[in-house]
Design a protein around this ligand. Structure first.
Ligand SMILES: Nc1nc2c(ncn2[C@@H]2O[C@H](COP(=O)(O)OP(=O)(O)O)[C@@H](O)[C@H]2O)c(=O)[nH]1
Ligand SMILES: [Mg+2]
Length: 245
């Protein structure tokens, strides 16, 4: 059976993190492990994570960062930390479980069934039969940003920013080696790095999107409204850095 480790970046998640759901999931899914990364939180996140770790010391790790690095830095630290361990697949999900944990099995199944794929990304596509809940504002802004990103990358990617991604472990060390320009748009950089590695359209054989069955946006986002302005500058810098891809 393939083993999976999921990185959960956590910034001031002490009251929001659904520990019970994680612990119940661990008890029912023998092949899935978690690495929670405390991203320099100023609340009790560290205690919450270490308490979970004591319940399943072999299956849950709490990686504590002294300084706040932002989501990209926290995910990168967790991925690099786990890349040397004996997992088949490494991925990440948001701490608020906007993507429920049962997505792990469906994303794993996609990589298992398609040996040429290095990355499967959850995609929040709203259609009949799935449960994608986002405010109208976040839906529209998200769709505009995603479309611009798709054009910058020159890839037909629908939802680069979805916080649910699973990688074949062998690719992780290389892909996450260099630090990211942007704390929130690192997914764009990951796709640009894969384009660099495989060329375009070669990358299309190695990355797939998979529609999520459920995504329930949690209202208390940790992204500040001021970031909406900074984001455009970061996108510009990413475009400049990877312009020869
Ligand atoms: N805002 C924020 N979130 C971080 C940071 N580091 C890690 N995260 C995690 O990034 C994930 C996504 O955050 P969230 O507020 O749910 O973002 P959103 O749902 O995309 O608006 C959560 O698991 C956070 O705990 C950070 O420095 N700031
Ligand atoms: Mg969220």
């Amino acid at each position: 059976m393939s083993s999976v480790c999921i990185i959960i970046p956590c910034y001031n998640e002490a009251t929001r993190l659904p520990s019970d759901i994680f612990l119940a999931y661990i008890s029912q899914n023998a092949t899935v492990n978690f690495c929670f990364v405390d991203d320099g939180s100023t609340d009790q996140t560290r205690t919450v994570l270490e308490t979970m770790q004591t319940r399943y010391p072999n299956r849950i790790e709490a990686l504590i960062l002294a300084k706040n690095l932002g989501k990209a830095g926290a995910v990168r630290a967790g991925m690099l930390h786990c890349a040397g361990q004996a997992f088949d697949y490494l991925g990440f999900l948001d701490a608020d479980l906007a993507t429920p944990l049962d997505a792990i099995a469906s994303l794993t199944a996609v990589l298992e069934a398609n040996p040429e794929l290095d990355l499967v990304m959850g995609s929040r596509i709203k259609f009949l039969g799935v449960d994608i809940q986002r405010t109208l504002f976040r839906h529209y802004t998200g769709r505009i940003i995603a479309t611009i990103i798709s054009n910058i990358l020159k890839l037909p990617v629908y939802d680069s920013q979805c916080g649910a991604k699973l990688f074949r472990a062998a690719i992780v060390m290389n892909l996450f080696q260099e630090s990211f320009i942007s704390p929130w748009l690192f997914d764009v950089e990951l796709l640009a790095r894969l384009s660099q590695k495989y060329g375009r359209p070669g990358v299309l054989k190695h990355v797939a999107e998979h529609p999520l069955r459920q995504w329930i946006e949690q209202s208390d986002s940790r992204i500040s409204s001021g970031y909406m302005f900074r984001m455009w500058y970061e996108l510009y810098r990413i475009q400049q850095k990877y312009r020869n891809v």
